[in-house]
Write a new protein. Structure first.
Length: 359
């Protein structure tokens, strides 16, 4: 009875002839049924509408659900790919080219978009900025087509997928004619190789091999001590092989023709010349032979153009003079042995350097 009286009092208080049949204006209004009861809001028997109007900055909740947000999500449209998003190639790039592609998409509701790769693979070196939809990087130097799927997602979780391709083409590394002095260029993956003529070496055949030292000399020492060996040394262990470096204050001394001084170059090289000095006025080198090996097991003579073992000249009595000898036929070697043939004094003593190009 009390509830009915309250309702009638409110009805009498807000009844207006020029306004709605029943209108309540108050900062906060709660309408609820008694325990176990129902709350029914119905339009008139002959039709009519029920409106929930939250105002400019309000919303409508059912339980804890923001109904306006729910309707916004339900009614929102997925993003739309823009003109830079047809199925097919986004471009063709030569190896080393800069890749910079802006993928275009819009959201009908104007919310922020993010981008995700959902399938396939980008070209190596190319990356997606998930916040902006930019593809950036450097094209790989290879002939290939890369296909990948991108999903653009709005703030409501609605999305649209699209498939793209990027073509890459290997750049002709020989187009600029990098090989000098008659060298022949071969295009390779991301680089090139030069097949040099006999006298030249280096990346572009720009090095005269007969002038390129390998670093045996005492003031250089690119060849470690452990890569020098001596056989049948004079005085046994008193004379170490690593003392036989050109410019050393000492030198290496052998017993005789059965002796040899060996240098391991560390890898195969195009060997074209050697230099020698004697040890002292007592221990010199007048003539010598050279042996060459690829593996340190099988050695062959460095030969003349006629196929005979080439005999090289040392400095003889002028032991401090450097005598350089260029091969008649360049050799591919890893190991070089100096084999004394004649000398002045009692034993052959000498110091050496080798000239060669990397293969």
């Amino acid at each position: 009875m009390a509830t009915e009286l309250l309702f009638l009092s409110l009805f009498a208080l807000f009844l207006r002839t020029e306004a709605s049949f029943f209108e309540v204006r108050y900062p906060s209004v709660v309408v609820s049924a008694e325990t176990g009861g129902n709350l029914t809001i119905a339009a008139g028997p002959n039709g009519g509408n029920i409106y929930m109007t939250p105002g400019d900055r309000g919303t409508v909740f059912i339980g804890r659900t923001d109904m306006l947000k729910l309707f916004e999500v339900v009614n929102s449209q997925p993003p739309i790919w823009g003109q830079k998003a047809p199925y097919g190639p986004l471009g063709t790039f030569l190896g080393g080219d800069v890749v910079s592609i802006q993928l275009m998409a819009i959201d009908p509701e104007g919310t922020h978009l993010r981008f995700e790769k959902v399938s396939g693979a980008f070209p190596p070196g190319v990356y997606l900025d998930k916040a902006t939809g930019e593809l950036n990087g450097t094209a790989p130097d290879v002939d290939a087509t890369y296909e990948f799927g991108i999903r653009v997602i709005d703030e409501h979780g609605k999305y649209a997928d699209q498939t793209f391709t990027i073509d890459t083409r290997e750049r002709d590394q020989c187009k600029s004619s990098p090989c000098l002095n008659g060298g022949t260029c071969t295009d390779d993956f991301g680089t090139y190789k030069c097949q040099c003529t006999t006298k030249y070496g280096g990346k572009t055949c720009n090095i005269v091999c007969a002038s390129q030292t390998v670093g045996v000399a005492f003031n250089v020492k690119k060849i470690p001590d452990a890569q020098m060996a001596g056989h049948y040394s004079y005085g046994s262990s008193d004379h170490k092989a690593f003392e036989g470096r050109l410019g050393s204050s000492t030198g290496w001394i052998g017993e005789g023709k059965s002796s040899w001084l060996q240098v391991d170059l560390g890898n195969l090289r195009n060997v074209q010349a050697v230099s020698t000095q004697g040890y002292s006025t007592t221990y010199t080198l007048s003539t010598f032979y050279l042996d060459c090996s690829l593996d340190g097991n099988k050695f062959t003579n460095v030969q003349t153009v006629n196929g005979t073992a080439e005999l090289f000249n040392g400095s003889g009595k002028q032991y401090s003079t450097t005598a350089k000898q260029v091969f008649a036929v360049p050799q591919t070697c890893r190991y070089i042995r100096f084999k004394p043939n004649t000398w002045t004094g009692t034993h052959p003593g000498f110091r050496v350097e080798i000239f060669a190009c990397e293969l």
